[in-house]
Design a protein around this ligand. Structure first.
Ligand code: NAG
Length: 246
């Protein structure tokens, strides 16, 4: 079991690079689609994109076990909200990988009697749920940090200075709004790991929203969001200080 977990965490870097390439291809295909001179290039990029996607599936075979192990760990967290969000995120992520593995087995002909459409839809549903739980965790973390900041004396002084600097907006409602916004921006700026994780999850969310038909987007937006989230993924892998814990 440990070997599987070790191997899959090692292959995370490779998966993120393949994923970034996959979405960069999708975005390029979208941008080049209208120019007839680029027909050959577009065909090549499309084939590269589907190769990347297929290659990633092979390396993701152990990920369900990895997610279950992660769920066991997050079940020990002392913060109730974090425990609930992260355990739910990891369990739904495990189910997503099981669907994904089954689809892979179907594609290579190991199993034939599963309904591809239905399993694919279920995979996207569980991926979506996992992201929603992750985003809930992000929002909870941001609110928590905002409360902490607002109790900090030094921070309050700075905020009051900032509010006094702009007396023209010092009406009744606006200062409240301004203060909250200032607090939010300050919190995001001083906790890059939280901001990056939130941005990554928001970008990721657009992909299943589109696939599930909840919020259809054009292929360019999906490619762009996938690319941004993959690049953040690579960045946080290379710079562990930018990774959100737990
Ligand atoms: C949710 O967050 C966990 C921990 O940060 C991460 O390992 C997982 O990949 C995220 N889930 C999705 C679907 O991105």
């Amino acid at each position: 079991m440990d070997a599987v977990v070790k191997f899959t965490s090692q292959s995370q870097g490779r998966d993120r690079i393949l994923r970034a390439t996959q979405y960069a291809c999708a975005l390029s295909v979208y941008l080049l689609r209208n120019n007839p001179n680029n027909k050959d290039l577009v065909a090549k990029l499309k084939s590269l994109e589907s190769n990347m996607s297929a290659g990633r599936k092979l390396f993701r075979l152990g990920n369900a076990i990895n997610s279950i192990e992660a769920a066991k760990r997050t079940m020990q967290l002392s913060d109730r909200v974090l425990r609930l969000c992260l355990t739910a995120a990891n369990v739904t992520r495990a189910v997503y990988f099981i669907c994904d593995n089954a689809l892979w087995a179907r594609n290579v002909g190991l199993i034939l009697n599963i309904d591809k459409e239905r399993w694919s839809l279920n995979a996207h549903r569980f991926y979506f749920l996992s992201l929603v739980m992750n985003l809930t965790r992000d929002v909870y973390n941001v609110l928590h940090l905002m409360v902490q900041n607002s109790r900090d004396k030094q921070f309050r002084r700075k905020m009051n200075e900032h509010l006094n600097e702009s007396p023209d907006v010092a009406e009744v409602v606006i200062p409240q709004l301004d203060a909250s916004l200032y607090l939010l921006l300050h919190t995001l700026k001083s906790h890059p790991a939280v901001s990056l994780d939130t941005l990554k999850n928001v970008c990721d969310l657009f992909i299943p929203l589109d696939r599930l038909g909840i919020y259809p987007l054009n292929a360019g937006v999906v490619g762009f969001c996938g690319l941004v989230s993959s690049l953040i993924g690579i960045l946080t892998l290379a710079q562990p200080a930018l990774r959100m814990k737990p």
